[in-house]
Design a protein around this ligand. Structure first.
Ligand SMILES: [Zn+2]
Ligand SMILES: [Zn+2]
Ligand SMILES: [Zn+2]
Ligand SMILES: [Zn+2]
Ligand SMILES: [Zn+2]
Length: 262
Protein backbone atom coordinates (compact mmCIF):
# COMPACT_ATOMS: atom_id res chain seq x y z
CA UNK A 1 0.00 0.00 0.00
CA UNK A 2 1.49 3.32 -1.02
CA UNK A 3 0.70 6.84 -0.02
CA UNK A 4 2.48 9.71 -1.68
CA UNK A 5 0.11 12.67 -1.66
CA UNK A 6 1.99 15.56 -0.12
CA UNK A 7 0.50 17.18 2.94
CA UNK A 8 2.34 20.01 4.60
CA UNK A 9 1.09 20.86 8.07
CA UNK A 10 1.89 24.26 9.60
CA UNK A 11 5.07 24.15 11.63
CA UNK A 12 3.33 24.81 14.96
CA UNK A 13 0.84 22.03 14.29
CA UNK A 14 3.77 19.91 13.28
CA UNK A 15 5.39 20.39 16.67
CA UNK A 16 2.14 20.00 18.59
CA UNK A 17 1.29 16.79 16.80
CA UNK A 18 4.75 15.36 17.26
CA UNK A 19 3.44 12.50 19.36
CA UNK A 20 0.73 11.62 16.87
CA UNK A 21 3.29 11.46 14.11
CA UNK A 22 5.42 9.05 16.09
CA UNK A 23 2.52 6.65 15.85
CA UNK A 24 1.14 7.46 12.42
CA UNK A 25 4.25 8.25 10.42
CA UNK A 26 7.30 6.43 9.13
CA UNK A 27 8.64 3.92 11.69
CA UNK A 28 12.17 5.12 10.94
CA UNK A 29 12.08 8.92 10.58
CA UNK A 30 8.62 9.55 12.16
CA UNK A 31 7.56 11.89 9.34
CA UNK A 32 4.01 11.17 8.21
CA UNK A 33 4.30 12.81 4.82
CA UNK A 34 4.94 10.91 1.61
CA UNK A 35 6.50 12.12 -1.63
CA UNK A 36 6.19 10.84 -5.19
CA UNK A 37 9.95 10.09 -5.21
CA UNK A 38 9.87 8.64 -1.70
CA UNK A 39 6.43 7.33 -0.81
CA UNK A 40 5.29 6.04 2.55
CA UNK A 41 4.75 2.31 2.13
CA UNK A 42 2.45 0.39 4.48
CA UNK A 43 2.95 -3.28 5.32
CA UNK A 44 0.01 -5.44 4.28
CA UNK A 45 0.88 -8.15 6.83
CA UNK A 46 -1.99 -9.18 9.10
CA UNK A 47 -2.04 -6.96 12.19
CA UNK A 48 1.22 -5.24 11.22
CA UNK A 49 1.34 -1.46 11.58
CA UNK A 50 4.67 -0.88 9.87
CA UNK A 51 4.83 2.20 7.64
CA UNK A 52 8.14 3.26 6.13
CA UNK A 53 9.43 5.62 3.49
CA UNK A 54 10.90 3.78 0.55
CA UNK A 55 14.32 5.31 1.29
CA UNK A 56 14.08 4.78 5.05
CA UNK A 57 13.74 1.00 4.67
CA UNK A 58 15.89 0.49 1.59
CA UNK A 59 13.04 -0.62 -0.69
CA UNK A 60 14.71 -0.65 -4.09
CA UNK A 61 11.47 -1.03 -6.05
CA UNK A 62 8.04 -0.41 -4.53
CA UNK A 63 5.73 -3.20 -5.73
CA UNK A 64 2.43 -2.24 -7.37
CA UNK A 65 0.61 -4.93 -5.38
CA UNK A 66 0.84 -5.74 -1.66
CA UNK A 67 4.07 -5.09 0.21
CA UNK A 68 5.32 -6.89 3.33
CA UNK A 69 7.97 -5.78 5.79
CA UNK A 70 10.80 -8.26 6.35
CA UNK A 71 9.28 -9.49 9.60
CA UNK A 72 5.93 -10.36 7.97
CA UNK A 73 7.70 -11.79 4.94
CA UNK A 74 9.84 -14.08 7.10
CA UNK A 75 6.90 -16.08 8.53
CA UNK A 76 8.99 -16.50 11.69
CA UNK A 77 7.01 -16.80 14.91
CA UNK A 78 6.40 -13.23 16.06
CA UNK A 79 7.80 -13.98 19.52
CA UNK A 80 11.17 -14.85 18.00
CA UNK A 81 11.46 -11.62 16.06
CA UNK A 82 12.84 -9.09 18.49
CA UNK A 83 15.36 -6.28 18.13
CA UNK A 84 18.81 -7.09 19.51
CA UNK A 85 19.34 -3.43 20.36
CA UNK A 86 16.18 -2.49 22.28
CA UNK A 87 13.17 -3.96 24.13
CA UNK A 88 10.44 -2.80 21.72
CA UNK A 89 8.80 -5.41 19.52
CA UNK A 90 6.93 -3.42 16.90
CA UNK A 91 8.51 -1.28 14.23
CA UNK A 92 10.49 -1.70 11.05
CA UNK A 93 12.95 -4.55 11.52
CA UNK A 94 15.60 -6.13 9.30
CA UNK A 95 17.72 -9.26 9.67
CA UNK A 96 21.13 -8.93 11.28
CA UNK A 97 24.23 -10.68 9.94
CA UNK A 98 24.12 -13.11 12.89
CA UNK A 99 20.61 -14.33 12.14
CA UNK A 100 18.80 -12.03 14.56
CA UNK A 101 16.78 -8.90 14.01
CA UNK A 102 17.18 -5.17 14.64
CA UNK A 103 15.16 -2.02 14.01
CA UNK A 104 16.38 0.13 11.14
CA UNK A 105 16.06 3.16 13.43
CA UNK A 106 18.21 1.45 16.10
CA UNK A 107 20.79 0.68 13.41
CA UNK A 108 20.87 4.30 12.26
CA UNK A 109 21.27 5.87 15.69
CA UNK A 110 23.77 3.45 17.28
CA UNK A 111 26.93 4.85 15.65
CA UNK A 112 28.90 1.61 15.21
CA UNK A 113 26.10 -0.32 13.51
CA UNK A 114 26.46 -0.73 9.75
CA UNK A 115 24.40 -1.92 6.83
CA UNK A 116 26.19 -4.57 4.75
CA UNK A 117 24.41 -3.19 1.67
CA UNK A 118 23.59 0.49 1.95
CA UNK A 119 20.92 0.55 -0.76
CA UNK A 120 18.88 -2.37 0.56
CA UNK A 121 19.91 -1.51 4.15
CA UNK A 122 20.47 -5.17 5.00
CA UNK A 123 21.69 -7.18 6.66
CA UNK A 124 22.38 -5.06 9.72
CA UNK A 125 25.94 -5.61 10.97
CA UNK A 126 26.36 -5.49 14.75
CA UNK A 127 29.91 -6.78 15.20
CA UNK A 128 31.52 -3.36 15.74
CA UNK A 129 29.16 -2.29 18.54
CA UNK A 130 31.33 -2.01 21.68
CA UNK A 131 30.37 -3.97 24.77
CA UNK A 132 29.83 -0.87 26.90
CA UNK A 133 26.72 -0.09 24.90
CA UNK A 134 25.14 -3.36 26.02
CA UNK A 135 26.07 -2.67 29.65
CA UNK A 136 24.37 0.72 29.84
CA UNK A 137 20.85 1.06 31.21
CA UNK A 138 18.12 3.15 29.63
CA UNK A 139 17.06 6.04 31.82
CA UNK A 140 13.77 6.44 29.92
CA UNK A 141 12.78 2.81 30.66
CA UNK A 142 13.65 3.41 34.32
CA UNK A 143 11.69 6.64 34.47
CA UNK A 144 8.65 5.04 32.87
CA UNK A 145 8.55 2.02 35.18
CA UNK A 146 10.07 -0.52 32.80
CA UNK A 147 13.03 -1.33 35.05
CA UNK A 148 13.13 -4.93 33.86
CA UNK A 149 13.67 -3.73 30.28
CA UNK A 150 16.17 -0.96 31.03
CA UNK A 151 19.23 -3.19 30.63
CA UNK A 152 17.98 -4.99 27.49
CA UNK A 153 19.87 -4.37 24.26
CA UNK A 154 22.22 -1.44 23.68
CA UNK A 155 22.01 2.28 24.44
CA UNK A 156 22.89 5.47 22.66
CA UNK A 157 23.94 8.47 24.72
CA UNK A 158 22.85 12.11 24.82
CA UNK A 159 24.57 14.07 22.07
CA UNK A 160 25.25 17.01 24.40
CA UNK A 161 28.96 16.98 25.14
CA UNK A 162 29.58 15.84 28.70
CA UNK A 163 26.07 14.45 29.30
CA UNK A 164 26.15 10.78 30.27
CA UNK A 165 22.44 9.94 30.00
CA UNK A 166 21.96 6.69 28.07
CA UNK A 167 18.77 5.40 26.47
CA UNK A 168 17.36 2.98 23.92
CA UNK A 169 16.99 4.45 20.44
CA UNK A 170 13.30 3.53 20.28
CA UNK A 171 12.58 4.92 23.77
CA UNK A 172 14.03 8.24 22.58
CA UNK A 173 12.09 7.94 19.31
CA UNK A 174 8.75 7.51 21.08
CA UNK A 175 9.58 10.41 23.37
CA UNK A 176 10.48 12.56 20.34
CA UNK A 177 14.13 13.13 21.31
CA UNK A 178 15.81 12.02 18.07
CA UNK A 179 17.09 14.39 15.39
CA UNK A 180 18.96 14.42 12.14
CA UNK A 181 21.64 17.08 12.17
CA UNK A 182 23.92 18.35 9.43
CA UNK A 183 27.24 16.52 9.71
CA UNK A 184 30.69 17.91 9.03
CA UNK A 185 30.24 17.23 5.31
CA UNK A 186 27.36 18.97 3.51
CA UNK A 187 25.90 15.66 2.33
CA UNK A 188 26.42 14.06 5.68
CA UNK A 189 23.58 13.52 8.08
CA UNK A 190 24.36 12.96 11.72
CA UNK A 191 21.78 10.87 13.56
CA UNK A 192 21.68 11.91 17.16
CA UNK A 193 19.46 12.09 20.19
CA UNK A 194 19.28 14.03 23.42
CA UNK A 195 18.09 13.39 26.94
CA UNK A 196 14.84 15.15 27.85
CA UNK A 197 16.66 18.05 29.51
CA UNK A 198 19.03 18.78 26.62
CA UNK A 199 16.33 18.19 24.02
CA UNK A 200 14.05 20.81 25.56
CA UNK A 201 16.99 23.23 25.75
CA UNK A 202 17.69 22.63 22.07
CA UNK A 203 14.04 23.10 21.11
CA UNK A 204 13.94 26.35 23.06
CA UNK A 205 16.96 27.61 21.14
CA UNK A 206 15.33 26.60 17.84
CA UNK A 207 12.12 28.41 18.74
CA UNK A 208 14.12 31.57 19.48
CA UNK A 209 15.80 31.27 16.08
CA UNK A 210 12.42 30.70 14.45
CA UNK A 211 11.05 33.86 16.07
CA UNK A 212 14.06 35.85 14.90
CA UNK A 213 13.53 34.58 11.37
CA UNK A 214 9.90 35.65 11.42
CA UNK A 215 10.95 39.09 12.57
CA UNK A 216 13.36 39.35 9.66
CA UNK A 217 10.63 38.17 7.31
CA UNK A 218 8.32 40.92 8.43
CA UNK A 219 10.96 43.48 7.53
CA UNK A 220 11.80 41.97 4.18
CA UNK A 221 8.84 40.56 2.24
CA UNK A 222 11.18 38.83 -0.21
CA UNK A 223 11.70 35.93 2.17
CA UNK A 224 8.52 33.92 2.19
CA UNK A 225 8.35 31.95 5.42
CA UNK A 226 6.20 29.11 4.07
CA UNK A 227 8.83 28.39 1.45
CA UNK A 228 11.66 28.41 3.96
CA UNK A 229 9.80 26.12 6.36
CA UNK A 230 8.98 23.59 3.67
CA UNK A 231 12.54 23.33 2.51
CA UNK A 232 13.91 22.99 6.02
CA UNK A 233 11.61 20.11 6.72
CA UNK A 234 12.56 18.05 3.70
CA UNK A 235 13.96 14.84 5.12
CA UNK A 236 17.66 14.29 4.44
CA UNK A 237 16.67 10.96 2.97
CA UNK A 238 14.61 12.74 0.36
CA UNK A 239 17.29 15.33 -0.22
CA UNK A 240 19.82 12.65 -0.86
CA UNK A 241 17.37 10.84 -3.10
CA UNK A 242 16.95 13.98 -5.15
CA UNK A 243 20.70 14.50 -5.16
CA UNK A 244 20.29 17.76 -3.32
CA UNK A 245 21.30 18.87 0.10
CA UNK A 246 19.81 21.53 2.31
CA UNK A 247 22.56 24.05 1.70
CA UNK A 248 22.21 23.74 -2.05
CA UNK A 249 18.48 24.27 -1.79
CA UNK A 250 18.85 27.36 0.33
CA UNK A 251 21.38 28.64 -2.13
CA UNK A 252 18.99 28.05 -5.03
CA UNK A 253 16.27 29.96 -3.23
CA UNK A 254 18.71 32.79 -2.65
CA UNK A 255 19.43 32.87 -6.36
CA UNK A 256 15.75 33.01 -7.25
CA UNK A 257 15.20 35.87 -4.86
CA UNK A 258 18.19 37.71 -6.28
CA UNK A 259 17.13 37.14 -9.89
CA UNK A 260 13.73 38.57 -9.17
CA UNK A 261 15.51 41.59 -7.78
CA UNK A 262 13.68 41.31 -4.48
ZN1 LIG B 1 10.97 7.82 6.88
ZN1 LIG C 1 4.83 -6.16 8.53
ZN1 LIG D 1 15.36 -1.66 18.35
ZN1 LIG E 1 14.44 2.16 27.14
ZN1 LIG F 1 21.71 15.21 27.98
Amino acid sequence: MVFSAPSLPEEDDYLANNMKEMIGGCCVCSDERGWAENPLVYCDGHGCNVAVHQACYGIVQVPTGPWFCRKCESQQRAARVRCELCPHKDGALKKTDNGGWAHVVCALYIPEVEFANVSTMEPIVLQSVPHERYNKTCYICEEQGRESKAATGACMTCNKHGCRQAFHVTCAQFAGFLCEEQGSDVDNVKYCGYCKYHYSKLRHKEREKHKARHKRTAESPALRPSLTVTIEKVSPFVSSLLGLNKKEKFWQCGVVVKMLGL
